[in-house]
Write a protein that binds this ligand. Structure first.
Ligand SMILES: [Zn+2]
Ligand SMILES: [Zn+2]
Ligand SMILES: [Zn+2]
Length: 259
């Protein structure tokens, strides 16, 4: 064992966030703070460094709310707007840490990030307002972050493959609606599973609650949490109907595990 890891859910909402702009439904007007869902991201404190998974649209508010002291590395799942649009905010961590930040993504996502944020990656851009300093690496399998082994986990998200990530007994699988045959072995022995579950009704790019429960049934982790949640799912009422050991995640939830 090399130590303990701690995960904080920074955001557990779908791309619109909950409440959704202009919606007066029961979840969007709920008083339960667990029905307030910012865009999806987690923060993982490893024994020797702290890692952000995605730079969600709400990153600034998340970093302030949870007082994130540093970001030593960024793992990207994919380049959809809700997962990358906070990238400019990491300038503060460049300043605090006086260094650039290593970022990891698959090839497609790395290319799309370079294109979406051309002002960061094209050196001809004037640096007037200050730019994030990033070293963007393309992943091709298991790698080490400090002393911790990280396993990228390919997942189908509609017609594109994206990456989930496994660290020891923990896996974060957001934005997916199917697990490829060759990915199941990478998830063997998972004890703590975070999985996409958008709503009850089926969706072309996200697991529904029944589909996510089928994955939980096959992997049999001791605990599972659903994320990337739309306004269709009220926290308390939905959790009351989920099986033992399965819950909706919520912004601010933390969990710990041994490495
Ligand atoms: Zn998403
Ligand atoms: Zn609503
Ligand atoms: Zn997505």
């Amino acid at each position: 064992m090399i130590g303990r890891a701690r995960v904080t859910f920074l955001g557990t909402g779908t791309s619109h966030g909950v409440p959704m702009i202009g919606c007066g439904c029961a979840v969007c007007t709920s008083d339960d703070p667990r029905d307030d869902r910012t865009r999806p991201s987690i923060y993982i404190e490893l024994p020797d460094l702290s890692v952000l998974v995605d730079t969600a649209t709400d990153l600034r508010a998340q970093a302030l709310r949870f007082r994130l002291p540093r970001v030593d590395a960024i793992l990207f799942t994919h380049s959809h707007a809700d997962h990358v649009m906070g990238l400019d905010e990491v300038r503060r961590y460049n300043a605090i840490q006086e260094s650039s930040i290593p970022c990891y993504a698959d090839g497609l996502t790395a290319n799309e990030i370079r294109r979406t944020f051309a002002y960061i990656f094209e050196s001809r851009t004037p640096r007037g307002g200050g730019l994030p300093r990033l070293d963007l690496f393309t992943l091709s399998g298991e790698f080490c972050l400090g002393r911790t082994v990280v396993t990228p986990v390919p997942l189908w998200h509609g017609r594109r493959l994206i990456l989930g990530y496994r660290i020891g007994p923990f896996a974060y699988l957001t934005d997916c609606n199917r697990i490829p045959d060759e990915t199941w072995p990478l998830l063997e022995g998972i004890d703590l599973l975070v999985l996409d579950a958008l709503r009850h009704k089926p969706h072309p790019t996200h697991f529904s609650v029944p589909e996510a429960l089928a994955v939980v049934d096959r992997l049999k982790p001791s605990r599972a949490w659903f994320t990337h949640i739309a306004h269709d799912l009220p926290h308390a009422a939905t959790c009351a109907r989920l099986p033992e050991g399965v819950d909706l995640a919520y912004d601010g939830l933390t969990l710990e595990f041994a490495l």
